[in-house]
Design a protein around this ligand. Structure first.
Ligand SMILES: Cc1cc2nc3c(=O)[nH]c(=O)nc-3n(C[C@H](O)[C@H](O)[C@H](O)COP(=O)(O)O)c2cc1C
Length: 333
């Protein structure tokens, strides 16, 4: 891994990477979000000039991937699929369905993804992974991925809580010549301008799309997300201990704080075998009760004020160039 010399030489090309690879007009990847980014949101983001991604959680069936993938593909524009690396070992049918669909981009995050990189690339698919530390990024380079997502602690959903987006992005950019996407806390065009100025090839953006009309987010959760400000998220493994989905403890999640989280924070080991609490969480999740359900969201949640279309969100991000121009307009030549 060399540093700035190699990067400086190709500096001018980074802003074009998403455009050249996928024909993307706005440098935004709609991050994969389980239970949120199905085929409709994925297609809407891709149709509006970004690159949408299906979020295939560990609990989906291969048929879900096929059905939603077909909906995503119907936009006629490239799209991606995000798999949970830790669950692919137990669900090889997820990988099989993805290989049949041949989306343009596949991300494998959270767990050992190394065995799956070559089969995907052999099928002509660009492979990404989310890194939460520089060590993660070095492993990704060694594994041969095509693009690294520097995913900071502000991000919604699962990942590491080790380093915030800005220091992580800078450190990973200095450590690799691979293209790098920035994820975590990019809630609007100001944030996108910041990471593009730093040298990212684009934003890997989830939370900003949570309340889009095309998202699968259920109604009571939508209202809670819109009400929440930037201080109302928490990071931890409480919801994973309650769900028993099989998440490795290494990867907690960032979600909206609620009474269930507050009750069990610090007692996660006990919660793993506490059946009544598990039942309470399952019922709460089915009913989408904001006091019990895990509503995953990042610190950018405070910026969400309504229920826009994905195209409207993309149009907002597209104005990032104005912020870059304004920053350069400082009177010097
Ligand atoms: C509701 C939700 C669900 C998520 N599900 C997944 C997922 O299925 N697979 C995945 O790789 N990442 C998942 N993530 C993480 C996102 O891919 C991404 O890292 C994050 O949304 C970026 O930060 P931001 O939310 O601040 O934009 C999820 C995030 C959220 C908010």
């Amino acid at each position: 891994m060399s540093a700035m010399a190699g990067r400086g030489a190709v500096w001018c090309a980074w802003g074009m990477w998403l455009r050249e690879r996928f024909g993307v007009g706005v440098p935004v990847v709609g991050a994969p979000m389980a239970n949120v980014s199905g085929g409709e949101l994925t297609a809407a983001i891709s149709a509006a000039g970004g690159l949408g991604m299906l979020g295939a959680g560990s609990a989906v069936t291969a048929d879900w991937i096929r059905t939603e993938g077909a909906i995503a593909a119907a936009s006629g524009t490239p799209y991606g699929i995000g798999l949970m690396a830790w669950s692919v070992k137990d669900h090889p049918e997820h990988l099989k369905a993805v290989l049949e669909l041949r989306p343009a981009l596949v991300s494998l995050s959270f767990g050992d993804y190394t065995p799956y990189v070559a089969p995907l690339q052999d099928a002509g698919i660009v492979v990404a992974t989310q890194a939460g530390t520089v060590a993660d990024a070095r492993e990704a380079v060694d594994a041969g991925v095509d693009v690294i997502v520097a995913r900071g602690a502000e991000a919604g959903g699962h990942g590491r809580n080790a380093v915030a987006t800005l220091p992580l992005l800078q450190a990973i950019l200095d450590a690799t010549d691979l293209p790098v996407l920035a994820g975590g806390g990019i809630s609007g065009p100001r944030g996108l301008a910041a990471v593009m100025a730093a040298g990212a090839v684009g934003g890997w953006i989830g939370t900003a799309f949570l309340t889009c009309v095309e998202a699968q987010t259920k109604e009571p959760a939508r209202q809670r997300i819109i009400e929440a400000d930037e201080t109302e998220t928490v990071y931890g493994t409480v919801f994973d201990a309650a769900s028993r989905a099989g998440w490795p403890d290494e990867f907690g999640g960032r979600a909206l704080r609620n009474a269930f989280f507050d009750t069990w924070e610090g007692h996660e080991e006990e919660l793993k075998t506490e059946d009544s609490a598990h039942d309470l969480w399952v019922e709460g999740s089915k009913a989408v009760d904001p006091a019990r359900a895990s509503i995953y969201a990042g610190q950018g949640v405070g910026a969400l004020t309504g229920q826009p279309t994905a195209a409207e969100v993309l149009a907002g991000f597209a104005t990032y160039r104005d912020y870059l121009s304004a920053a350069l307009n400082d009177g010097s030549k």
